[in-house]
Design a protein around this ligand. Sequence first.
Ligand code: IPE
Ligand code: IPE
Ligand code: MG
Length: 237
Amino acid sequence: MAQEKPAAEGLSIGIIMDGNGRWAKQRGLPRTAGHTKGAQVFHDISLYCNELGVSSVYFYAFSTENWIRPAEEISGIMRLFGEYLIKALDYEKDNIRLKFLGDRARLPKEYQVRMDDLETRSAVKTGMTLNICMNYGGRDEIAHAARTLAQKVKDGQISPEEITVEAMAGAMYSAGQKDPDFILRPSGEKRLSNFMLWQAAYSELIEMDKLWPDFTRADLDAAIAEFHRRSRRFGGV
Ligand code: IPE
Ligand code: IPE
Ligand code: MG
């Protein structure tokens, strides 16, 4: 029987893609094999989000803390990301806008050029915004926003009083997009691990025991259903 699609029109979703290493370990494979499978799942779930009419999806791919991992694992992740930057050209046929959130300065120069190019080419798209958080840290993002606004004060463009919540939101990497309605974390961990600290103020947190490489479209359906069961109050009654 064909399943009915969950109501996800206009939703904003954050996904912490976690559990790749454990998935590989369970199979006696190198951790990189988990990242390879995880990257395939990411691609499929990104397309599914677009099919569902999601407005923004944020995928946590690599954190500002992940650099402490073994060099071999990092180069495996960077290679996969490089491959993705080429594959992402496929989105030209889809109505998807691509955005990369995070500090690019530490990434290879040729990646930075491709990232800029993909963002520019897809900026005309009107459908879902697909955000890939690469060398992303929530604290780094907040510090970056503070520096941007401080510079504007120094240049006389704004006064200190104009550093409001709205101005800060507008200086985040996610400027202009909706905060995540819910943040999903597979692999059973119950923490944000520096993901979207500013934007998560009122996000519903949904965790799942499944490891990311095992994650399916049906699991996203289940997460959306769980989100709709939550009662959001935003501080009200
Ligand atoms: C998430 O999977 C991917 C990255 C952090 C890059 P992990 O590699 O953290 O997998 P576990 O948590 O060790 O299983
Ligand atoms: C968060 O997962 C980062 C990404 C999924 C990219 P981690 O595996 O790095 O988080 P911790 O170390 O378990 O908190
Ligand atoms: Mg992990």
